[in-house]
Design a protein around this ligand. Structure first.
Ligand code: ATP
Length: 514
């Protein structure tokens, strides 16, 4: 556990030191769970967004994008159920005065039991060596089965109590399991209460004409209310999707995990409109497709897993998360939800307008069903960033810190370094920069320190290529190109740089792995 915490601390300080993420309004001591993206962070975030947009919109002829407003008519949130039901169960510890999400306390308790299962597996793998069959072990080992049964019974009781709004039972569960405040160990809890996560504000200047509105807690509703506009003007035929990226706001109860859980964050969502009855098939399709998108970035198959929901949201008939192994364990990165016709039907009812599709093949109108894929851009950023930050032992006995970002996402693709700041080398560096910048985000590093030190800084900043201009360049128009991951250095012609870099950073090459 301590090792995990150390690693996470390193991620946070590295993100600051290398210009990725700053605390919001830091000079005023920051604002809890609100962060700013710095000069490198904004590029990485933009590249992730573009990688998603290309895969979802550009590469699918039946998916289009929109950009709806953050502020929407307040009835939207009555209809969607957010005013009445977008709550989290909150519990306070009377001694420490710390506030927690009651469901998360229980889930974390189960995660600890799961860690025990992992330990048993590791022990057995060591004991049995090559003949170890993990599946069989999980299915037959008495101790593991006992642990698993315990987890299942706790989670299904939690799901049932939350569904029935039986908050007294959630508290009873916490007490029965003897769950203590993780920070202080106290078991002195208040009752569990519901807490609405939406931020409200006033629209309009005068007291009598102003209206209570909300900062949207998800981007999805902007898509639903525009469903018919897009379908008609785009002449879209079912099945088709509408995608959107944008800010969402949630007044999260506990926000202690850096950009994993923020109060202002960005979502990348796609609502796929389908014929009722086909939802199982599309659910399976989008689960597979989205996992392939993640795997295309090469961050390791073992770092992902599906988690099928026990407790379904009020709108869903099936739901799964793609979980990622963050520095603090496996947690939700993306949700895939079969939302039925809940949202469109609600908006029909509250607006009094029909939101139906006329199906020429079936010769009838219906309210489509919806399959949603929803991923947090900031969470994806954290997944990429934390997974990429590595400390490597080198052959010569030293070590280096390297940020092995997938090259396609790296903020800066190449850094050009004149060996010295004289003899015309800076001018050549400028010339190369001016050529490469048309296609790649490129910078010049002409700080007077040694090339080795400059390489290390770029390794830690995540730049896939360094290009060194030296005195030989004056003679033969060649430079040294150094690769971040292999540290291999090659002498190449200046004219070939563009193709060499393109080969590794081109989105096409990466997306083709899907
Ligand atoms: P959680 O259970 O972690 O609170 P959720 O199930 O409420 O998440 P959804 O409503 O399904 O999340 O939102 C879709 C995605 O938006 C999530 O998978 C996550 O990546 C992202 N997301 C949700 N809340 C936040 C937040 N507070 N900060 C950053 N990203 C978030």
């Amino acid at each position: 556990m301590a090792k995990q915490e150390d690693q996470f601390k390193k991620v946070i300080s590295h993100a600051k030191e290398y210009g990725y993420i700053f605390q919001s309004s830091e000079i005023y001591d920051g604002l809890s769970a609100v962060y700013d993206y710095a000069q490198n962070g904004v590029e990485l975030k933009k590249n992730i967004r573009e990688y998603w947009w290309k895969a979802m919109v550009q590469m699918n002829e039946n998916i289009v994008g929109i950009d709806a407003s953050i502020l929407m008519h307040p009835t939207t949130w009555k209809a969607s159920g957010h005013v009445d039901a977008f709550n989290d169960p909150l519990i306070d510890n009377k001694d420490s005065k710390k506030r927690y999400r009651a469901d998360v306390l229980v889930e974390d308790y189960c995660a600890k039991i799961e860690a025990k299962i992992d330990k048993e597996v590791k022990k057995a793998a060591k004991r049995f060596g090559d003949s170890f069959d993990k599946e069989q072990f999980l299915a037959t080992n008495g101790r593991v089965l006992g642990y698993q049964e315990k987890i299942n019974s706790i989670l299904s009781r939690l799901a049932k109590s939350l569904e029935n709004e039986d908050l007294a039972d959630v508290k009873a569960l916490i007490e029965e399991l003897e769950i203590a405040d993780p920070l202080t160990g106290s078991k002195n809890w208040t009752d569990v209460k519901q807490f609405n996560l939406m931020f409200g504000t006033q629209l309009g200047a005068s007291a009598d004409s102003s209206m209570q509105v909300y900062l949207r807690p998800e981007t999805a509703q902007g898509i639903f209310v525009n469903f018919l506009n897009v379908q008609k003007t785009g002449r879209m035929k079912i099945p088709f999707g509408i995608a959107q990226t944008g800010k969402a706001f949630r007044n999260e109860i506990v926000a202690r995990q850096f950009i994993f859980r923020m109060r202002e964050f960005e979502q990348m969502e796609m609502q796929f409109f389908i014929k009722p009855g086909t939802q199982q098939e599309w659910y399976k399709h989008w689960k597979e497709t989205r996992l392939k998108w993640h795997l295309s970035l090469g961050m390791g198959e073992d770092n992902y897993r599906f988690h099928d929901h026990e407790k379904l949201a009020h709108y869903a008939d099936a739901a799964a998360d793609i979980e990622f192994k963050f520095p603090f364990g496996f947690k939700e990165l993306e949700g895939i939800h079969s939302r039925t016709d809940f949202d469109l039907k609600q908006h029909e009812e509250f607006s009094g307008k029909k939101l139906q599709y006329f199906d020429h093949e079936e010769n009838k109108s219906y309210v489509p069903y919806v399959l949603e894929t929803s991923i947090g851009l900031d969470r994806m950023f954290l997944a990429v960033f934390s997974n990429s930050l590595q400390e490597e032992e080198l052959e010569n006995g030293t070590s280096r810190v390297v940020l092995k970002l997938p090259a396609v996402l790296a903020p800066v693709k190449a850094t050009i370094m004149p060996l010295t700041n004289k003899d015309g080398l800076p001018e050549i560096a400028q010339k190369i920069y001016k050529e490469l910048r048309w296609e790649f985000n490129t910078i010049i590093d002409d700080q007077g320190v040694s090339i080795g030190k400059r390489y290390r800084r770029q390794d830690a900043a995540g730049t896939p290529f360094c290009i060194t201009v030296d005195h030989d360049t004056l003679e033969d128009n060649t430079v040294t190109i150094r690769h971040r991951d292999s540290m291999e250095q090659k002498r190449v012609k200046i004219d070939d740089l563009r193709d060499i870099i393109k080969q590794e950073v081109d989105m096409r090459t990466w997306l083709m792995k899907m």
